[in-house]
Design a protein around this ligand. Structure first.
Ligand SMILES: CC(=O)N[C@H]1[C@@H](OP(=O)(O)OP(=O)(O)OC[C@H]2O[C@@H](n3ccc(=O)[nH]c3=O)[C@H](O)[C@@H]2O)O[C@H](CO)[C@@H](O)[C@@H]1O
Ligand SMILES: C=C(OP(=O)(O)O)C(=O)O
Length: 417
């Protein structure tokens, strides 16, 4: 099993360029199923999740050709309406194909994605939305089957602003007859990127990025070219890595607005950040201050940055209270950080972190993607060597992480035993 070995205690320096966003590119690749014409995507990150979703759409008949950071997708004919269990099991975002596949062909059979390390992650809101659009939903042998002779627009209120449900319903509604109004929907930047891609295909979507999205159904969508937005979570991860090591680095290719909730907390912790046309220069203080964090749907503090900020707080001065409101089981990294000398107590959805002077390298395992990123951050700060296992989680969502850290002067390597 491959591992990461990190020698801690080094300062980072230089510039890192942020890649295209995982959470934007995955639904956009699913959306390419909505047309028989060619979609061209630029700034596609090199991630195992991207390969997985490409395998899913290829199993349905798509041709996906990748050259460097460009991905060309054409789905002239849908050869199958069923997504293979093996891919959906590996990556929950595979469920994002149910909306576009149903809209394009009138039928989709997708395995129930099941729970994962961070929570149960039900799909009831996705299904509620598709039903409101006129789909018949049945569950058989572990698969969800959605069928509809024709989808029609509807008024849909989401009980929670789910990112995936907003995306699935928005994609399906583009080809429905009439107007869909989606209320209490997610406002994440990745929703806006998906809506921009769909509008580029000829969809009529208004209000993406606000609580109400209005979609006027069209008969047909066409191919388009689109540049994926930068990954705000990757950017936040590098900002945290610089802060924890007391480094000065420049993080390039960012959209400042997307990072506001993370930036606000870093500033509160004493990190100095200077914005300059799509990049941020980080200058770190000798000592970080403890800050409290509560994760919330966008524009609140992102749950996908909770673990990385916790790693930072383990060496901050004082006590931080971190509250996770989005996922019910997203503190798996706590036990691993404690192996490195962190002082953390958890109770329900709250973690209380008492900053220590220094972490010590240890053998740890990534339990999920961002937990893995938190361990890399902790390892960069710790005294001695940290060995991180189960790095396939990290490789799901970070484009060339090791090379980017090496370029910044970190001592990190991947070993394949
Ligand atoms: C590929 C992708 O974009 N993944 C992101 C997406 O995941 P994902 O789209 O799965 O996250 P959701 O916003 O749907 O989930 C948020 C909460 O809603 C609950 N829920 C969701 C759907 C549903 O039908 N019923 C229900 O109860 C979930 O269990 C969770 O507690 O948004 C999350 C929240 O920002 C991020 O952490 C993930 O990185
Ligand atoms: C939870 C995440 O992703 P996914 O929804 O793909 O599991 C994440 O990116 O942190």
């Amino acid at each position: 099993m491959p591992k990461l070995i990190v020698q801690g205690g080094r300062r980072l320096s230089g510039t890192v360029k942020i890649s295209g966003a995982k959470n934007a590119v995955l639904p956009i690749i699913a959306a390419a199923l909505l047309t028989g014409e060619t979609s061209v995507l630029h700034e596609v990150p090199d991630l195992s999740d991207v390969y997985t979703i490409c395998s899913v759409i290829e199993s349905l008949g798509a041709k996906a050709v990748r050259k460097d950071k460009t991905l060309q997708i054409q789905v002239s004919n849908i050869a199958s309406n069923e997504a293979p269990y093996d891919f959906v099991r590996r990556m929950r975002a595979s469920f994002l194909i149910i909306g576009p596949l149903l809209a394009r062909t009138g039928e989709a059979r997708i395995p129930l994605p099941g729970g994962c390390a961070i929570g149960a992650r039900p799909i009831d809101l996705h299904l509620k939305g598709l039903k409101a659009l006129g789909a018949k939903i049945t569950s058989e042998h572990g698969y969800i089957r959605a069928t509809a002779a024709e989808l029609h627009g509807a008024q849909i209120y989401l009980d929670f602003p789910s990112v995936g449900a907003t995306e699935n319903i928005m994609m399906a509604a583009t080809l429905a007859k009439g107007r869909t109004v989606l209320e209490n929907c997610a406002e994440e930047p990745e929703i806006v990127d998906l809506a921009n891609f769909l509008n580029g295909m000829g969809a009529k979507i208004k209000g993406a990025g606000t609580k109400v999205i209005r979609i006027e159904g069209v008969n047909k969508l066409s191919g388009t070219t689109h540049v994926i937005i930068p990954d705000r979570i990757e950017a936040g991860t590098f900002l945290a890595a610089a802060a924890v090591t007391g480094s000065e680095i420049t993080v390039e290719n960012i959209i400042f607005d997307h990072l506001k909730p993370v930036i606000a907390k870093l500033l509160e912790a004493g990190v100095k950040l200077t914005e300059n046309e799509g990049s941020i220069k980080v200058t770190c203080p000798c000592s970080l201050r403890a800050v409290d964090i509560k994760t919330m749907p966008y524009p609140g503090f992102p749950t996908d940055m909770q673990a990385q900020i916790m790693a930072l707080m383990t060496v901050a001065k004082g006590t931080s209270i971190l509250t996770e409101t989005v996922f019910e089981n997203r503190f798996m990294h706590v036990a691993e950080l404690k192996r490195m000398g962190a002082r953390i107590k958890t109770g329900g959805r709250t973690a209380v972190v008492q900053g220590v002077r220094e972490l010590a390298g240890a053998q740890v395992k990534a339990t999920d993607l961002r937990a893995g990123a938190a361990l890399v951050i902790a390892g960069l700060a710790a005294r001695g060597e940290t060995e991180i296992d189960n790095i396939y989680h990290i490789e799901r969502g970070y484009d060339r992480l090791i090379q980017k850290l090496l370029d910044l002067g970190a001592a990190i390597k991947r070993v394949d035993e």
